[in-house]
Design a protein around this ligand. Structure first.
Ligand code: FAD
Ligand code: 2HG
Ligand code: ZN
Length: 471
């Protein structure tokens, strides 16, 4: 391997080619502290040409590459294995915003741009870049694209895939594919862009992207409402969809157990709704008309919901800072879970028509089989996306409880997901966490097609091997 490192040294300065253990350490463990790997080296390329040169050398020396953005992913996709033979290619130096095209309503960015920096740049030109998630201050757009991240605005604007018009990608051979056209229509054969989006660094390395921008909304109103059960919560969603239509931008659900965990770790995050309700829903409407228009609409839908007994309480944010507090309450659940210790995450989607059946059955089975566990169920209900997470009983050591019970609990949850024709990964991807579950979930035909794609695009299996699919 010395020859490989020596060749890298010809174009990467020592500060961009990290081989000493203490320098590599910050890149080796994922956000959840669930996966820790080893790496031959951590590389910090500064240009697409450097990425291409690195990949060419890796292909020549058969060295596997683990692309890495903000390392906030939940499935261990950006963490190397424990062999110490893989390199990490981290994108933090490739963080330039290359262009804002006002007439085309697009922004062109390098893969290492922090998501929040893109949102801020867009806003400074009067635009909205709608991708929004709790990790936006540290995740990078390359990681968002590679995982097809979802977040809290999917209901109105779609997943990351829907926000991307063009990509530049370095292939497994080290060639540069320039697909950076900012076109809203382009039916010239197979869609390569969509193949790379969501492929978690296993088919190609994303270096630059053209993203869609939208006009900034003029008015935004957030409300917290209390519901008694999931059936009413779904009826409430349907009511908002009918009355507010595309003005509905967020519909996030939080259970009582989720918010209790929040207040345990962040006492200032108390729920303003009365009586600690079973379900709290954060709803956001936004529009390009006047503040009054949206507020009147919100109030009239809430009145209708009260009259139909769908909700038991509601608080409308009186200003932007209170609306931000509502959102912080929602986003702190993940942080509260991290404070509480190791937990089991299930990022799933269920058709809205089966959500009630899924939650009722799964809650009941889990609670009777594992007395004392806390079901930390919250998520993007408007998309049918639950974060159906399990926290161990408070009197058990989280690590030993998880070691004993992770597999059976996951099988139980995924069994219910299959029964309801849902998905075992809504927005976090597969990575190494769900690798073994993919075949059973996708079925043989889909799995074989995926394997054929991987073999065709990366025959040497050097791009993030044993993530998503093993060949
Ligand atoms: P990383 O974790 O570094 O990488 C993720 C995957 O992408 C890996 O497989 C990696 O190899 C690959 N990759 C990274 N960069 C490239 C590249 N340039 N080319 C090719 N492959 C690449 N996710 C959601 O979907 N919705 C949420 O609401 C959400 N909320 C979150 C809240 C918190 C507090 C945290 C910590 C995470 C959250 N996530 C959420 C998960 C995570 O932030 C997203 O998956 C995010 O898109 C990952 O971006 P990243 O830059 O950290 O990628
Ligand atoms: C969110 O929606 C994230 O907040 C994190 O996707 C989910 O902590 C989780 O499981
Ligand atoms: Zn989420």
């Amino acid at each position: 391997m010395q020859a490989f490192i020596t060749q890298l040294q010809t174009f990467l300065k020592p500060s961009f080619l990290l081989t000493v253990e203490i320098d590599k350490a910050p890149y080796l463990t994922d956000w959840r502290k669930k996966f820790t790997g080893k790496a031959l080296a951590v590389l910090l390329p500064g240009t697409t040409d450097e990425v291409a040169k690195i990949v060419q050398l890796c292909a020549e020396h058969q060295v596997a590459i683990v692309p890495q953005g903000g390392h906030t992913g939940f499935c261990g996709g950006a963490t190397p294995d424990t062999s110490g033979s893989q390199i990490i290619m981290n994108f933090k130096r490739m963080n330039q915003i290359l262009d804002v095209d006002v007439a085309n309503q697009t922004i062109t960015v390098e893969a290492g741009c922090i998501l929040q920096a893109i949102q801020e740049k867009a806003a400074s030109h009067g635009f909205l870049f709608p991708l929004s998630l709790g990790a936006e201050g540290s995740c990078m757009i390359g990681g968002n694209l590679a995982t097809n991240a979802g977040g809290t605005n999917v209901l109105r604007y779609g997943n990351t895939r829907d926000l991307c018009l063009g990509l530049e990608v370095v292939t497994a051979k080290g060639e540069i594919w320039n697909g950076l056209k900012g076109l809203r229509k382009d039916n010239t054969g197979y869609d390569l862009r969509d193949l790379f989006i969501g492929s978690e660094g296993t088919l190609g390395i994303i270096t630059t992207a053209v993203l869609k921008l939208y006009p900034l909304p003029i008015s935004q109103w957030a409300t917290l409402v209390a519901t008694d059960n999931i059936a009413s919560t779904i009826s409430l969603l349907n009511l908002f969809q009918k009355r507010a239509n595309s003005l509905l931008t967020g519909f996030e659900m939080m259970t009582r157990d989720s918010l209790d965990l929040n207040t345990k770790h962040f006492p200032h995050m108390s729920n303003p709704l009365k009586g600690n309700p079973p379900y709290t829903v954060l709803i956001e409407l936004s529009d390009h008309e006047s503040e009054e228009h949206v507020k009147d609409l919100l109030q009239s839908v809430l009145e209708e919901a009260f009259e139909s007994n769908l909700i038991t309480d509601a608080v409308i944010a009186s200003n932007l800072s209170q609306a931000n507090l509502f959102w912080q309450m929602r986003e702190h659940i993940t942080l509260a879970q991290a404070e509480e210790g190791a937990n089991l995450k299930h990022d799933i989607t269920i058709p809205l028509s089966s959500l009630d059946s899924f939650i009722t059955a799964t809650d009941q089975i889990i609670r009777s089989k594992y007395p004392g566990v806390r079901v930390i169920n919250f998520g993007h209900l408007g998309d049918g996306n639950l974060h159906y997470n399990i926290a161990p009983p408070s009197d058990r050591d989280p690590k030993s409880f998880n070691q004993e019970n992770e597999k059976p609990i996951m099988e139980l949850v995924y069994g219910q997901v299959e029964r309801c024709q849902g998905s075992i990964s809504a927005e976090h991807g597969i990575g190494q966490l769900k690798l073994m579950d993919l075949r059973a979930h996708k079925g043989d035909v889909a799995h074989d097609l995926m394997r054929a794609l991987k073999t065709a695009l990366d025959p040497q299996n050097i791009l993030n091997p044993h993530k998503v699919i093993s060949i």
